[in-house]
Design a protein. Structure first.
Length: 459
């Protein structure tokens, strides 16, 4: 009898750090299955094209709440079959997948497992090499040391889904061998993680020793711990499942229409949103008054979608066309497609001699005259961060609530801080847009304690 050999299975990871997510291409050297693709599918097409792979299936673990999928667009582009949890109501043709369904393609064998919790109809996909399971793609179920959050569907279903999540993670750990590699979609900075994740890779054996759902033996204790720790999540999430159920097109990465400084000023005067992509200190030195500072970087789209009204006309401002193009790519991932335009160039040139500015300070500057100076210190971090420790006498309004709560702020110049300066820069620009005098505290929060500023805990 000739010996039999298990086929080699490779996994290619496509990271999207700004959203804390991963997409996957799993292949046997010729045939590929793509799992949870982001909307800018050119990255995936480049990966499979460079390896000479034929994509036969595109699979979703769930209807995503933190990004717009590229699944349907990728399936149409490659001629692949598109698989979606069968119990999810969608408005496009797809292969409905249920627990236990198997897909064979090339030398790949994929079996679906119903793992509700992150969403009610969530699936994980177990990939086999021959008859041996070698990898599991867990979406928002089993994360590295953690689990996906369970409060994104409806408040009244959170406890039910938390209990389901506990059992789903345990099902995977019970049914799969320890050597099986674990590949979650969320958990690398994503707000879809219920608790903090750790590590860059994992196996079922690793998770048995560290995952919060596996080391907590009592289900009630797990539910209480998880639900107590669920914090804020970006406001744009509420729109994602609806867009994904509609079958979104591929990202439009074309350049927005170019506008000049005069158009920018008129749009600001009309109450429209102008978002400046430049580094926060550069913005503080020179900017068009009324523009909002959201520094271009990994978290750009998340903070954009958290702060700006959904569907409002937005014009971007960047130093270069490349910056605008990167911002457009990131925004496409959360369904922001209809940009009103973009301006490129220095703030001084665009402002035509009418640039605004505000001061930038450190916690050391604040320590020299606080408390007792009459300064109004505004902490724009989240509720959990505030409870862990905040400046005695500070005012607390999370940056994403300023639009509704600015009237609560006392009179006086506002010294605005967060944990690093990024969220504070967004808040400072919003406050200046509303006519308030601001100072941006661009510094690490830990410096406040090191300098002896008065810190208290609790809400």
């Amino acid at each position: 009898m000739e010996p039999t050999y298990a086929p080699r299975i490779d996994v290619v990871t496509i990271e999207t750090p700004g959203l804390g997510d991963r997409s996957y291409v799993v292949h046997d050297g010729a045939t590929a299955v793509v799992i949870d693709p982001q909307r800018d599918i050119d990255r995936l097409l480049d990966e499979v094209g460079s390896r000479g792979l034929r994509v036969t299936h595109v699979l979703e673990t769930h209807l995503h709440n933190d990004y717009v999928t590229g699944g349907l667009a990728l399936a149409e582009e490659t001629g692949a079959e598109y698989g979606v949890p069968g119990a999810d109501e969608v408005r496009f043709a797809r292969r409905p997948i249920a627990d236990g369904d198997a897909i064979s393609t090339g030398r790949l064998a994929v079996v679906a497992r119903h793992t509700p919790g992150h969403t009610p109809n969530h699936l994980s996909y177990v990939v086999h090499a021959g008859s041996e399971p070698v990898a599991v793609f867990t979406g928002g179920s089993m994360l590295f040391g953690a689990v996906g959050r369970t409060d994104l569907i409806a408040p009244e279903r959170t406890e039910e889904l938390t209990r389901a999540q506990y059992r789903s993670v345990r099902r995977l750990a019970d049914e799969l061998p320890g050597h099986v590699s674990v590949h979650p979609t969320h958990g690398f900075g994503s707000f879809c993680a219920a608790t903090e994740t750790s590590g860059e890779s994992s196996t079922i054996a690793d998770e048995r020793s560290r995952n919060v759902a596996l080391v907590t033996e009592d289900e009630d204790a797990f539910v209480a711990r998880l639900m107590e720790g669920l914090g804020d999540y970006p406001r744009y999430y509420v729109h994602m499942a609806r867009l994904n159920a509609g079958g979104p097109a591929a990202a439009d990465l074309s350049a927005p229409a170019r506008v000049d400084g005069g158009v920018l000023r008129r749009r600001i005067e009309a109450g429209e949103w102008v978002v400046d992509l430049r580094q926060r200190r550069a913005f503080a030195r020179h900017h068009l008054r009324g523009a909002v500072s959201i520094e271009l970087g990994d978290p750009f789209a998340t903070y954009f979608g958290w702060v700006l009204p959904w569907g409002a006309p937005v014009t971007l401002v960047g130093d270069t066309a490349e910056e605008v193009a990167e911002a457009r790519r990131q925004l496409s991932r959360i369904g922001v497609d209809d940009l009103a335009g973009a301006a490129v160039g220095s703030a001084e040139a665009l402002a035509e001699g009418r640039a605004a500015s505000y001061a930038v300070a450190s916690f050391e500057d604040l320590a020299s005259s606080f408390p007792g100076s009459g300064k109004v210190v505004l902490d724009v971090r989240g509720a959990a961060e505030w409870a862990d420790g905040h400046l005695d006498g500070a005012v607390h309004i999370p940056f994403f609530e300023l639009g509704e709560r600015v009237g609560e702020l006392p009179d006086g110049e506002l010294w605005v801080h967060c944990a690093s300066g990024l969220r504070a820069s967004i808040a400072a620009s919003l406050l200046e847009r509303g006519g308030r005098g601001v100072v941006l505290v661009d510094d690490d929060w830990q410096r406040a304690g090191e300098l002896g500023l008065p810190i208290r805990q609790g809400r």
